[in-house]
Every structure is written in structure tokens, then in C-alpha cells.
Design a protein around this ligand. Structure first.
Ligand code: DC
Length: 211
């Protein structure tokens, strides 16, 4: 049986993770959140004090990294690591390192009948031949409000205007970078996630009925 690949791209805090989890549970697909891999690398670079503008030092560090955890954790969800992840993601050596991790993940988990993978370049670069491509759209103000609530609920101190500013900065960095910028893949289905999650799910169910 052919393995189905669903890609989900979209800007920071657009709800990709929640949507991917919903799809993976309902259609029994394995979920891979590529943002976690950029965040894990950002944490390593931060702890080891790697100069993130020095490509030579980054390449040297990447050669030393032999294992990356695919697990989410509170440590990689801080504002500091979010910012750092988007800064290191501009380098092509970092992107090919993460892309290889993704290809190996899909190869290794053959027993699953499919995958749902989310990020910024999944439908446009990493899995160009995916069976279904989704692009999530949400206004920056709504994204900032949701992220603010998430941080407050998890006990982190947070200021709404700063969150909004950071989100806009990350959007800009993700969209204008030379290597694999965030774009709407030309064959993607746009999912409007400004409203309720139920409304978002209805749009997805309609698309997935065809499979
Ligand atoms: O989805 P996220 O917020 O966890 O991603 C963190 C950063 O990682 C994001 O600002 C840009 C980068 N990223 C990327 O460049 N490409 C991906 N496929 C996933 C994430």
C-alpha cells in the first residue's frame, strides 16, 4: 500500500502542531514536527555557545552532533529558543542536516501507513511530492493572543505586545531568508485557522474525505 504523506506549512504559532496532532490521531498517521528539530539544534548551539553567524563553527558543531531528540519539551518552547531556532534556520548547512533527519525518520518508520509533517518548507522543499499539502493561515494578532495565553498558562512571564512583535519578526525572517523561505506551496490547500478549532477541522475533514 502506498504511504500517504500530508504536509502542513504555515507561520509561527499558526496552530500547525495542533492540526497535525489531530490529523495523526484521526487517520492514524505518524506525526513529525520539523520545528522541534530546529529548536533542538538551537538549544545545543545555545548551551555550547556556538556563534550562530559563523557558518564554519556551525558546520563543525553539526559534525559533532550524533543524536537529536525528536521529543517536545518545555525547554525548547521558550521565547529565547524560538528566536534562536528561526535565526539558525537561515543556514543551508542547518537545513540539510534537519532535512536528512526527516528523510531518515520516514525511511525508518515504514510500518506506519503514512505521515503528517509540519514546518515551514515541508510542502515546498522537503516533501514536494506529498499527497496532500496544507497551508495554515491566521492573522498575526490572533496568533499572538493564542501564544500569550499558552505561555501564561504554562507559568512563563509574558507581555502581549512583545509576543506580537516577536511573531512578526520571526515571520519576516522565515519569509525573506534565501534558503527555503516560508511560501505557500503552489498546490497547497489553504486552511483558515482564524476561527474555532472545530471550523478548522471541518475544512480538513472535507479534504481528507478523498483519501
Ligand atoms: O514551527 P516552530 O515555531 O517550532 O519552528 C521554529 C523555527 O524553526 C521557525 O521559526 C523556523 C524554523 N523552521 C524552519 O525553518 N523550517 C521548518 N520546516 C520548521 C521550522
Amino acid at each position: 500500500m502506498k504511504k500517504i504523506i500530508i504536509t502542513i506549512d504555515g507561520p509561527a504559532a499558526s496552530g500547525k502542531e495542533k492540526i497535525a496532532k489531530y490529523i495523526s490521531k484521526k487517520w492514524k498517521l505518524s506525526h513529525l514536527d520539523s520545528g522541534i528539530l530546529y529548536r533542538r539544534l538551537a538549544l545545543i548551539f545555545f548551551i555550547d555557545n556556538v556563534e550562530i553567524n559563523n557558518v564554519y563553527k556551525i558546520k563543525k558543531k553539526l559534525k559533532e552532533v550524533n543524536k537529536i531528540s525528536f521529543r517536545n519539551s518545555k525547554k525548547i518552547r521558550t521565547q529565547n529558543i524560538s528566536k534562536l531556532a528561526s535565526k539558525i534556520a537561515i543556514h543551508s548547512c542547518v537545513r540539510s542536516f534537519v532535512n536528512n533527519l526527516q528523510y531518515n525518520f520516514v525511511k525508518k518508520h515504514r510500518k506506519f501507513h503514512g505521515f503528517v509533517i509540519d514546518g515551514r518548507d515541508i510542502g515546498s522543499v522537503v516533501f514536494k511530492n506529498a499527497d496532500l499539502k496544507l497551508y495554515i493561515e491566521v492573522n498575526p494578532e490572533i496568533r499572538a493572543k493564542r501564544r500569550y495565553k499558552q505561555l501564561i498558562d504554562s507559568g512563563e512571564k509574558s507581555i502581549y505586545p512583545k509576543i506580537l512583535k516577536d511573531i512578526k519578526l520571526r515571520d519576516r525572517r522565515d519569509k525573506i531568508r534565501k534558503n527555503s523561505p516560508l511560501v505557500i506551496p503552489k498546490d497547497a490547500n489553504i486552511i483558515n485557522n482564524n476561527g474555532t478549532f472545530k471550523n478548522t477541522c471541518m475544512q480538513i475533514i472535507k479534504l481528507l474525505e478523498k483519501f
